[in-house]
Write a protein that binds this ligand. Structure first.
Ligand code: AMP
Ligand code: MG
Length: 490
């Protein structure tokens, strides 16, 4: 008996909600042609979640969607407008210079998700840029965003990277690519700054209503919905940045245009994972003052939330003094929210049970961080070694410290509290996208060999589960891999 092929999955339905509700903030645009599209990586699990047929996405029509050259009837791709504070300075007009929002789709669970392209050609927001992206940086975003997702950290997702066949001029000529990215939305603090700068309060209100409907629907029921929106964004961002810090992630370019309203991590440019513990860790080649250093991230997100508050003030209260007082009261709660999320996460990382008082845990955790910094211990592998110590095998952890007597003293006090090693292993990753492994995988992929990237993806897609044969993915970079630098907008 033959069964008719099910073509229903291949019909991609894209809404144009953003441009319908906020036409002032979008320019209808289309992708540049891709001379020779070639699929480099496709996220089958994500395609399935989105209700898209992987086999169809691999077809010529599917690739057309993934590079934006053939979009379904009814779709209206747009470049989104936004502003942003970049390294503290306001740029009133940024926007999608090399990206397009193809539209919104509903996933298998009914959630609305943006389908968005990066590297699809110049738009009216391109300024001096060429609108393009190279294979290496797009695969880098794919790898790191998928690692973040597997670590349980809210993030935009990567659906596919397609090489376009178009060369891209950087320091050398590189192969070009388009990344197809999925997000619960692309609303940023910078989107609110753009709306506020137009001086059109009705636009700010519609943007806020759109954000409430898409991300923080409970705020609509609150006495002051816009204050509730602000509190909700503070809450999701405090939780997000605590998660970054707990896994040693350095975002690297926390400009307000790279800070989402949804609480998802966005914009994987110069980001990287810290190895040796040092709060001053910076990877970005342009972050000379360490504004976005590992240890500054909580303060910076607080600063970004203050910029967000400024855009909402006229909606918070008619009287401007009252509006400022309301915003300040909310902002003052940010620090506590962050500290509480981080402390809860740290208690889990060191495996201490709930009944141990907060002050005791905080004291131990503080002393541990001093020792990690003093001995420049690899932040990720340390916590797995510490779990081994909880199981009685203390030598691997002890071997990491210069001040052995100091660590032994700490270890003794910690062991007396009865840490739970299994619970530690559930929250402390073994496999993260370490910088030397990422570079190795991207260099191979740019030269045409995607096998190392696929192996790395396989390791980081189950970061907490130890598996045979993956030891090199759990180890710090070799000693000759020093002064690692990353780049923005590549
Ligand atoms: P990013 O550093 O990726 O957050 O980008 C900051 C701004 O620069 C955004 O408005 C981007 O759209 C724009 N941009 C980055 N690279 C390019 C490029 N190659 N062509 C056009 N615009 C770009
Ligand atoms: Mg950006």
């Amino acid at each position: 008996m033959s069964v008719a092929p099910d073509t229903s999955q291949t019909r991609v339905i894209l809404d144009d909600r953003f441009v319908r509700e906020l036409p002032e903030m979008a320019v209808r645009w289309q992708a540049e042609p891709a001379p020779a599209p070639q699929l480099l990586v496709l996220n089958d699990a994500l395609a399935e979640e989105l209700g898209l047929d992987s086999a169809w996405l691999r077809s010529a029509d599917g690739l057309g969607l993934l590079v934006g050259t053939s979009v379904p009837a009814g779709a209206h791709p747009v470049a989104q407008a936004y502003s942003g504070h970049q390294f503290g300075n306001l740029s009133p007009r940024l926007g999608d210079g090399r990206a397009l929002l193809l539209g919104e789709l509903h996933d298998r669970d009914g959630n609305e998700r943006d389908l968005h392209l990066k590297g699809s050609g110049r738009t009216p927001f391109a300024r001096g840029g060429d609108g393009l992206a190279a294979v290496g940086p797009m695969l880098r975003e794919y790898l790191i965003s998928e690692a973040m997702h597997s670590l349980g950290i809210p993030t935009t997702r990567s659906l596919a990277v397609v090489a376009t066949g178009r060369p891209v001029q950087r320091e050398t000529v590189l192969p070009g690519a388009v990344l197809a990215r999925v997000a619960s939305s692309h609303l940023r603090v910078g989107s609110f700054q753009y709306a506020a700068l137009t001086g059109d309060l009705d636009l700010v209100r519609r943007l806020a209503d759109h954000a409430i409907a898409r991300h923080h629907p409970d705020a609509a029921q609150a006495e002051n919905p816009y204050l509730a929106l602000f509190d909700s964004v503070i809450a999701v961002q405090a939780a997000l940045v605590a998660k970054w810090v707990l896994v040693g992630f350095v975002h690297g370019v926390m400009n307000t245009d790279n800070t989402t309203i949804s609480g998802e991590t966005i914009d994987y440019g110069p980001c990287a994972f810290m190895e040796a513990y040092n709060p001053e860790t910076v990877f970005s080649s342009i972050d000379q003052w360490g504004r976005y250093a590992y240890g500054n991230q909580p303060a910076i997100i607080g600063w970004n939330m203050a910029r967000f508050a400024e855009t909402l003030l006229p909606l918070l209260a008619e009287d401007s003094d009252q509006a400022i007082a309301l915003a300040q009261a909310s902002l003052s709660g940010f620090r506590d929210r962050y500290e509480s999320a981080w402390s809860t996460g740290m208690r889990a990382k060191v495996g201490l049970p709930e009944d141990i008082p907060d002050e005791v845990v905080a004291g131990l955790v503080g002393q541990l961080h001093d020792q990690l910094a003093q001995s420049r211990v690899d932040y990720t592998s340390f916590f797995r070694q510490l779990a081994r110590a909880a199981r009685g095998d203390t030598e691997p952890a002890r071997g990491l410290f210069v001040d052995l007597a100091g660590f032994d003293d700490w270890l003794g006090r910690w062991l007396e509290l009865g840490p739970d090693a299994d619970q530690m292993d559930r929250v402390n990753p073994l496999y993260i996208p370490r910088n030397h492994l990422v570079e190795e995988a991207l260099a191979a992929a740019t030269a045409g060999d995607t096998a190392p990237m696929e192996q790395l993806l396989a390791a980081i897609s189950a970061p907490y589960v130890e598996r045979p044969g993956l030891q090199r993915y759990a180890e710090p970079a070799p000693d000759d891999f020093v002064n690692y630098r990353t780049f923005c907008g590549t």
